[in-house]
Design a protein around this ligand. Structure first.
Ligand SMILES: [Mg+2]
Ligand SMILES: [Zn+2]
Length: 160
């Protein structure tokens, strides 16, 4: 079985400074992300991003906008030898319609765990919101809550 590090996106990998961020010019990768992901990669974790993108259901932006940001992030990380193994995002919003994938539900994590044969006991979910932690607990992985827009490297300093 594999071990995975599941990562919330906004506030963990990129600066969370606007509601419903979707424009490339607003997308700023946080400073410690490269060394943090290198450390996790070297420790043998799959790197999988798990995020809520409810702005899609609300019509504020499109799947293609989200895809562009993810392609950009992957390209930036690959310059440093880091592969992002997968992105899962929930495009729904409770104001528009119900779904079962939006965090704090754990369906995105469970899908990823099934697809990548992930052992939850050896895996982690890091996020900045209570709903991230709740989703991680439901999926049976270890959880880490960090303050938004702070150092990912510090938040994972106890992982080896
Ligand atoms: Mg977040
Ligand atoms: Zn959903």
């Amino acid at each position: 079985m594999n071990k995975a590090f599941f990562l919330d996106r906004d506030g963990v990998l990129n600066l969370d400074h606007l509601p419903y961020q979707h424009k490339m010019e607003d997308f700023e990768i946080l400073p410690d992300v490269v060394p943090a992901l290198q450390k996790l990669r070297d420790a043998g974790f799959l790197l999988i991003v798990i995020s809520n993108q409810g702005g899609i259901a609300k019509g504020i932006y499109q799947h293609s906008d989200t895809q562009k940001l993810h392609d950009y992030f992957s390209a930036e990380m690959s310059k440093h030898g880091i592969t992002i193994d997968a992105y899962y995002y929930c495009p729904h919003h409770p104001n528009v319609g119900k779904c079962i994938c939006r965090k704090p539900d754990s369906v995105m994590l469970e899908k990823a765990m099934a697809r990548y044969n992930v052992d939850p006991k050896q895996s982690y979910f890091i996020g900045d919101m209570d709903r991230d932690i709740e989703a991680g607990e439901k999926a049976g992985v270890n959880t880490i809550q960090m303050r938004a827009n702070t150092s990912l490297l510090k938040a994972i300093s106890h992982i080896n």
